[in-house]
Design a binder for this molecule. Structure first.
Ligand code: AR6
Length: 169
């Protein structure tokens, strides 16, 4: 069972094998955590992303980490929240599982996730957190998984959802 950790702070500062970027389909940068990662990694990241020709919602692609402490960035495209009846839960779960699969395929043992889709893309935080915790707990390859939360409220929510998921049903 991997170590599951909740960290409050800026994902660009983490020293892990890969940080996950909550990107958009262009993979060419944006606001939120995407903007922060591109600023911290430097222009080489955008240059590599340009070669990837975008990414579908629910899928993920990997690049190097350039000026980041993290060795890689796994870019995933979460769903835009449109009320919940448009495959949003399945697509969000697919983001987490595609990131974990890519990490495994590249032999990576530690990964940090932001709260994908819960900022600009508007996914409600609690159901998004439940999906993140469920998918991550089902994986068996990585040693260390961090949920990197930008604020205290999000970190508290992750801790509560993890505690709930640890209780026998
Ligand atoms: N470290 C950790 N978490 C962060 C950071 C950071 N440096 N900055 C923001 N967050 P968002 P989305 C949190 O909007 O909803 C971009 O323009 C933030 O508080 O970054 O998937 C892309 O290009 C929130 O909890 O991503 C897309 O167009 C979480 O990260 C679009 O936004 C995700 O918020 C993607 O929207």
């Amino acid at each position: 069972m991997a170590l599951l950790e909740v960290v409050e702070g800026d994902i660009t500062q983490l020293d892990v094998d890969a940080i996950v970027n909550a990107a958009n389909q262009s993979l060419l940068g944006g606001g939120g955590v995407d903007g922060a990662i591109h600023r911290a990694a430097g222009p080489e990241l955008r240059a590599e992303c340009r070669l990837l020709h975008g990414c579908d919602t629910g899928d993920a692609k990997i690049t190097k980490g350039y000026r980041l402490k993290a060795r890689h960035v796994i870019h995933t495209v979460g769903p835009v929240w449109r009320g919940g009846g448009n495959q949003e839960p399945e697509l969000l779960a697919s983001c987490y599982s595609r990131c974990l699969t890519l990490a495994e395929q590249h032999g990576l043992k530690s990964i940090a996730f932001p709260a994908i889709s819960t900022g600009i893309f508007g996914y409600p935080k609690e159901p998004a957190t439940e999906i993140a915790v469920r998918v991550v707990k089902a994986q068996a390859y990585l040693d260390h998984i961090i949920f990197c939360c930008f604020d205290r409220g999000t970190a508290d929510l992750y801790r509560a959802v993890i505690a709930r998921s640890d209780r026998p049903t």
